[in-house]
Design a protein around this ligand. Structure first.
Ligand code: GAR
Length: 198
């Protein structure tokens, strides 16, 4: 069987990337082909290299506000590796329509909230401030609007008395590590039916 190739984009520690990479074995329909970061100091790069995955870095800083020039470079290693699917996993740059449209229907993102609630940053603090009793994470198809696009899966956690943004983030991250591999496996097999976990 020929496997789908998956490029994973990260900016930080890459714990979601690791769970995705480690899930793609056996009869999984996909295999990782690249871990790509916009930061040279992203901790996930070492973890990917230790797992024998090709890595690349395209630093966004020299491009300043010119997102398109940055993306012209960012897309090159993805195209070179022939990725079929692109997974954003803690990739903290906003992408332009031009970039997103190249991967329409085959780019996924994980976001630490129950979308459509709390698009953007500081999702855990915002859920706490709102007094929510449930919080969680979402995997969705990437469309040009930020943190939008068809939902492929959500996992919920309770908000507990005494929670801080950090405690809540850690509880959500555990669920991210269950949800993203489960969604990717189904998506790579051609199944977009949303998954619900709690
Ligand atoms: C994750 O919580 C992910 O949901 C979030 O960044 C973290 C990355 O952690 N993504 C976003 O906030 C995207 N806007 P990781 O590097 O350990 O996977």
């Amino acid at each position: 069987m020929s496997h789908k190739k998956v490029a994973i984009l990260i900016s930080g520690g890459g714990s979601n990337m690791v769970t995705l990479v480690d899930s793609m074995t056996g009869d999984h329909p996909a295999r990782p082909c690249l871990v790509l970061s916009n930061r040279t100091d992203a901790g996930g790069l070492k973890k990917a290299a230790e797992r024998g995955i090709a890595t690349a870095v395209v630093d966004h800083r020299p491009f300043g506000k010119d997102r398109e020039a940055f993306e012209t470079e960012l897309v090159k290693p993805i195209l070179e590796t022939g990725a079929d699917i692109v997974c954003l996993a803690g990739f903290m740059r906003v992408l332009t329509v031009g970039f997103v449209s190249q991967f329409e229907g085959r780019m996924l993102n994980i976001h630490p909230s129950l979308l459509p609630k709390y698009k953007g940053l500081h999702t855990h603090a915002r859920a706490l401030e709102a007094g929510d009793t449930r919080h969680g994470c979402t995997v969705h198809e990437v469309t040009p609007l930020l943190d939008d696009g068809p939902v492929l899966g959500q996992a919920e956690v309770p908000v507990l008395a005494g929670d801080t943004p950090e405690l809540l983030a850690a509880r959500v991250l555990e669920q991210e590590h269950r949800l993203y591999p489960a969604v990717l496996q189904r998506f790579a097999a051609g199944d977009r039916t949303p998954i619900h976990m709690s």
